[in-house]
Design a protein. Structure first.
Ligand SMILES: Nc1ncnc2c1ncn2[C@@H]1O[C@H](COP(=O)(O)OP(=O)(O)O)[C@@H](O)[C@H]1O
Ligand SMILES: [Mg+2]
Length: 367
């Protein structure tokens, strides 16, 4: 009997929609997702984190205070998860906590995920593994995406050529050719622009539920071309991105001098997400059989329809079909990466991130 059969994964992504927490039992031949839950971020903290996405006054103090508050949210999520699963903290080997990205600048040698990990260890009594991206960046990599190794472990098939697409705030893909090399990169915006645009025009709406607002608008082909002309889309991999590039201002600059109906802009933004993902898939994996989607975008029926339309003849489904609910794949990945760290096994794929070699990812705050 293993004393600590469990790992916890925590994810707070670019969308700033909340903390995703999963409890995984790793004692068997294959890991089992025992419990999962989402917890929204307090509105004031969300606003602070949004404001910290760009330089501003008193930034260090605001950032570190937000880190303390984040740790308190993470601890709440962990304790609620353990309560729900009726698992005592002592049976958890470690929490893998991604943290909240506020800067992603691998080209300058750094990426910043907030979250006071020492405090999380203190509040939970559980070992915490965090700061997963910095080592890959220090080794010359993008530090992102880090989920492809996990996608390979969970979703690869010996015969069928699969691509996994995570549509969070930013979208990223993992190409899983049978017998071939796994690759992956950030394709560009997922939900981040869609969320920002609907929040601006329909105050109180955090996102376009099921893409209904977008579905009632019409795609503006000239605007779509303008948006797709962004240089990032044509960059070769390895590449990664975030709110540093795709934010409100990026969109506002491109809409200057135009007077499009807001709903048509939303329809065009949905088309931008679908088209940029489909283009990346067709370029990277022209022989793909099946595309599996995870992340919140998997719930956007309009977006999924648009993606299916842009990928004729390709099977399109959510990762639920492969046994993992699309909402929990990323948090699950950080539980997996924490396990890799404690076992001193590499977590990055150098061909994905561009790092000089495989690296053990993460820093450890012992219980
Ligand atoms: N029912 C839904 N309809 C449309 N979009 C949704 C729905 N559910 C979630 N989303 C989108 O998914 C986002 C959250 O996705 P998530 O995978 O958590 O991203 P991140 O990793 O960036 O936090 C929300 O901000 C929203 O845009
Ligand atoms: Mg999220």
């Amino acid at each position: 009997m293993i004393e600590q059969p469990y790992f916890i994964g925590l994810m707070t992504g670019t969308s700033l929609d909340g903390v995703d927490a999963v409890l995984v039992d790793v004692s068997g031949a294959t890991p089992i997702l025992v419990a999962a839950q989402g917890q929204p971020l307090p509105a004031a903290l969300r606003e602070t984190l949004l404001s910290l996405q760009a330089s501003g006054p008193d930034e260090i103090d605001r950032a570190w205070r937000a880190g303390v508050q984040l740790a308190e949210c993470y601890a709440e999520a962990v304790l609620a998860l353990l309560l729900r699963a009726a698992v005592p903290a002592e049976q958890v080997a470690a929490i893998g906590n991604h943290g909240q990205t506020v800067r992603h600048r691998p080209e300058r040698g750094y990426t910043v995920q907030l979250g006071d990990q020492a405090r999380l260890a203190e509040l939970t009594g559980i070992t915490v593994v965090g700061d997963f991206r910095s080592r890959d960046v220090a080794a010359g990599g993008q530090g992102a995406p880090l989920v492809p190794a996990f996608h390979q472990a969970m979703f690869a098939d010996a015969r069928r050529h699969r691509v996994v697409v995570n549509i969070g705030g930013i979208a990223n893909l993992t190409d899983l050719p049978p017998g071939g090399e796994v690759t992956g990169f950030d394709t560009g915006p997922g939900n981040v622009l869609l969320d920002a645009w609907i929040a601006r025009h329909q105050p109180g709406q955090r996102y376009d539920a099921n893409g209904q607002w977008a579905a009632g608008g019409k795609v503006l082909p000239d605007l779509l071309d303008l948006l797709l002309a962004e240089a990032y889309f044509a960059l070769p991999a390895p590449k990664s991105t975030g709110r540093d590039l795709f934010h409100d201002g990026w969109l506002t600059r491109r809409l200057t001098g135009r007077s499009d109906a807001p709903q048509d802009v939303q329809a065009t933004l949905a088309a931008l997400t679908a088209q940029s993902i489909a283009d990346a898939i067709l370029l990277q994996a022209p022989g793909v059989d099946e595309v599996y989607v995870c992340g919140g975008g998997a719930h956007n029926a309009h977006l999924m329809h648009a993606l299916g339309h842009a990928l004729p003849g390709v099977g399109l489904a959510s990762t639920a079909e492969l046994g993992i609910d699309p909402d929990w794949v990323e948090a699950y990945a950080f539980a997996w990466l924490a396990q890799r760290c404690l076992a001193r096994q590499p977590g990055n794929l150098p061909q994905v991130t561009g790092a000089k070699g495989p690296r053990v990812l993460g820093a450890i705050w012992p219980a």
